[in-house]
Design a protein around this ligand. Structure first.
Ligand code: C2E
Ligand code: MG
Ligand code: MG
Length: 608
């Protein structure tokens, strides 16, 4: 090779290697490219990079460690050489081992590079021409590292932002959007709704009796159920619909673009609601058990004329959710496991409910409730007991029936104080008229205990204290609870009932057959009597189905030594039907309507 072509060759090697430096911002790729080209152009057997150990790595006695590519086995010698070399003050070094030549170069502030060549050394002039390249390589390595740091930092920041976003806008358990996110989505939907000319819907979905599952089967089962239900609900909707979890067992669904007119919007929303209710037809399989659930769904459509009157977008969103909630509430308190569209009448009802709640506060303060007493008679028509029933006349609202105000009192928690008032008043009446009981005119007066009252933490103690105050025999008072109360949390119900029964306070299961109608737990509850619901009694002489059910209940009650009471008996025909049945007491308008306290007292005292 002549001088000229050699010079050209050196320039070309130098040029090619120099070009590979900084060609990529990825450090590994950049080094790999440099090594590959060096290997090829300098006919090397191997080309390796060694990196300086980080300063904080105090345990490592290596100043350099193999970086890329990993040296072959048996290269401990080379690693040792690099280690020694890194401590020297020279920028490069040539070593010979067997028939190989090793060239070590420092890459300042980064590490070192080794070239290995078999049989022939690298030409001195070529070697000399290579030296400046390592300074440039060092600069490029630093640039790559800085770039990498920057990329990592951005990635970290993004991850933190994403985590923050999730914490702020997502429900941790189900991964669904939370109420905040839902509000943002709903408001953005509402602000576009006018231009799009499309209807949308807000579904308020509440899982029925979730608390019962949580209390009886435990919170982990409750959580599992929620996750399971979430994925089932998701299958009922499109990708761009928003399903959010906004409370323990409450979900809100936003449906967008469901039609250009109200009729088709109703049809679409109905379809989705029915699909969701379809979920409840099969049991939900969880890891250790399977449970049945049901939903109550309230639906509010938008746009609607009343929504847009003088309301900001945020007020409209609030109003829509409230309307869907009102409709949900209505379905929950009628049939459960169903859906209902919001109508204006529901709003009127909801307004009435709030008014009732406000007035109940006043009534409680001013003690404007009254107690009526409805006698119960035996098969001979003789009075043997009575049920205390609340009556309320409000200055503004007039007479409000218990059917209307008891649920409001229950919901608002006012029932606890109202219930205590009823108990106190009944005890007082008993204490003033002990002779009724002593003369065999009355066995007991029963009082309705609401679910909320029953599940108060100090119910047993407070009740016993109250009765103690009046010093009356405990059997003179009987407590009526409904199936729902007992089933809410059966273990705790049994405990409470046992504690009171052991003190001679007896229980009657009210409205039996109207709710869960589960006979299987009947013997578990320490009951004294069962009151068969009015719906089975009414027209019983004409209804063979009801006859079968009532006779079965009477039979079972007898078996468990429970007293059977009939309620809502209104006619002579119904009366005749029960003539030969094992009934301990009958309550109904046929014999007596609920009586004012004064009328009841007169009745028992035989006056008038
Ligand atoms: P309930 O405990 O099942 O009470 C029996 C209801 O049936 C009473 O209605 C009574 O007037 C009515 N009734 C009795 N015989 C007949 C009949 O022959 N025909 C018809 N149509 N009805 C009859 P009321 O007084 O309106 O009470 C309704 C419900 O309100 C009660 O049902 C009870 O659940 C609740 N309630 C009433 N007073 C109280 C109370 O002091 N505390 C609680 N927690 N709930 C109460
Ligand atoms: Mg009752
Ligand atoms: Mg009843």
């Amino acid at each position: 090779m002549n001088e000229m072509s050699r010079t050209l060759q050196i320039i070309s090697i130098q040029h090619e290697l120099a070009m590979s430096i900084g060609l990529d911002l990825d450090l590994d790729k950049m080094l790999q490219l440099f090594l590959d080209r060096a290997k090829k152009r300098l006919s090397l057997r191997s080309a390796l990079v060694f990196k300086q150990a980080p300063r904080e790595d105090k345990d490592s006695n290596l100043l350099c460690y193999p970086y890329a590519p990993r040296p072959d086995e048996g290269s401990d010698w080379l690693v040792e050489q690099i280690f020694q070399f890194s401590k020297l003050d020279t920028a490069n070094q040539c070593l010979q081992k067997d028939d190989c030549y090793f060239y070590l170069f420092k890459v300042p502030k980064f590490g070192a590079i080794s070239f290995e060549r078999k049989l022939h050394p690298i030409d001195d002039i070529v070697l000399h021409a290579l030296l400046p390249l390592f300074g440039r390589l060092a600069v490029s390595c630093q640039a790559c590292l800085e770039h990498q740091n920057l990329v990592d930092e951005i990635k970290n920041r993004k991850a933190i932002e994403e985590q923050l976003r999730r914490q702020t806008y997502q429900d941790v358990l189900t991964g669904l959007p939370n109420r905040k996110m839902l509000n943002i989505n709903l408001q953005s939907l509402l602000s576009n709704v006018q231009q799009q000319g499309q209807y949308g819907a807000v579904f308020f979905i509440d899982l029925d009796r979730f608390k019962l599952i949580n209390d009886t089967l435990g919170h982990s089962v409750g959580d599992e159920l929620l996750i399971n239900i979430t994925s089932k609900l998701r299958n009922c909707i499109r990708r761009d619909d928003t399903l959010a979890r906004v409370g323990g067992d409450e979900f809100i669904l936003l449906l967008n673009n469901i039609g250009t007119d109200e009729l088709s919007a109703v049809a679409k929303a109905t379809k989705v609601a029915e699909k969701m209710l379809g979920i409840t037809r099969e049991s939900v399989e969880l890891s250790n058990c399977s449970v049945y659930t049901s939903f109550s769904i309230g639906i509010a459509l938008f746009p609607s004329p009343e929504l847009s009157v003088n309301k900001t977008i945020s007020e409209q969103a609030k109003c829509l959710i409230k309307n869907a909630d009102v409709a949900m509430y209505k379905i929950k308190h009628t049939s459960r496991n169903g859906y209902m569209f919001f109508r204006h009448e529901l709003q009127v009802m909801s307004a009435f409910r709030s008014e009732v709640e406000q007035r109940l506060h006043v009534a409680l303060r001013e003690q404007s409730f009254e107690l009526y007493f409805q006698p119960m008679v035996n098969l001979n028509g003789k009075i043997i007991a009575a049920e205390a029933l609340l009556r309320w006349h409000d200055e503004k609202l007039g007479w409000v029936g218990p059917q209307d105000f008891i649920p409001v009192a229950e919901e608002s928690g006012l029932i606890v104080d109202i219930g205590m008032w009823v108990l106190r008043h009944t005890c007082e009446l008993i204490a003033q008229n002990l002779n009724w009981f002593e003369q065999g005119k009355l066995r007991y007066i029963s009082v309705n205990i609401s679910p909320r009252q029953f599940s108060q933490p100090h119910f047993v103690a407070e009740l016993l204290t109250l009765i103690g105050e009046f010093n009356i025999p405990h059997t003179y008072l009987r407590l009526e609870i409904t199936e729902g109360v007992a089933m809410e949390n059966i273990t705790s119900a049994i405990n409470i009932m046992k504690a009171l029964s052991s003190q001679d306070l007896h229980f009657m299961l009210d409205d039996f057959g109207s709710g869960y109608s589960s006979l299987s737990y009947l013997h578990q509850l320490p009951l004294k009597s069962v009151k068969i619901d009015r719906s089975f009694v009414s027209q019983i002489h004409n209804k063979t189905d009801n006859q079968v059910i009532v006779e079965a209940i009477i039979y079972i009650s007898k078996h468990f030594s429970l007293e059977c009471v009939i309620e809502g008996l209104e006619t002579a025909e119904e009366r005749a039907y029960f003539n030969d049945k094992s009934i301990v007491a009958i309550q109904g308008f046929y014999f007596f309507k609920p009586q004012s306290e004064q009328a009841f007292t007169k009745l028992l005292n035989g006056v008038g």
